[in-house]
Write a protein that binds this ligand. Structure first.
Ligand code: ZN
Length: 121
């Protein structure tokens, strides 16, 4: 998955985190592989239970381990970031899927879901 596609998978508020990850991948890719053979692939970028989940595979175990740690670090960090605006967010466990929202966007989403009948308030 290329950066542009990855950015489309999650809200604008998490684009900084996704870009940070891809910036890091670019550095690894350049340092490791001059002919840019695709030994590195991003499999998943998604919002899952209010967290940014990234799954990446690399053919070298050491690099794989490093990338897993980085992806886990970003996932933990995303717990505090609103998916919509990048402000201070919380996993909203009262809503289905635990969307990560700041106060303003939580209220907005709750109203939208209530009006469309997805939740009862
Ligand atoms: Zn927000």
């Amino acid at each position: 998955m290329i950066r542009e596609v990855a950015l489309e998978q999650v809200g604008e508020g998490w684009s900084g985190l996704v870009n940070r990850f891809y910036d890091f991948l670019d550095v690894i890719d350049c340092a490791h592989n001059a002919d840019r053979k695709p030994d590195l692939e991003v499999q998943v970028v998604e919002a899952r239970l209010g967290m940014l989940r990234i799954v990446v595979t690399h053919e070298h175990p050491t690099v794989q381990e490093m990338l897993n740690k980085l992806a886990n670090g970003i996932e933990r960090y995303s717990v505090r970031v609103c998916e919509v605006c990048g402000g201070k967010g919380y996993r909203r466990k009262a809503l289905p899927g635990f969307p990560n929202r700041c106060r303003t966007h939580y209220i907005e989403l709750t109203n939208e879901m209530a009006e469309s009948g997805e939740i009862e308030v």
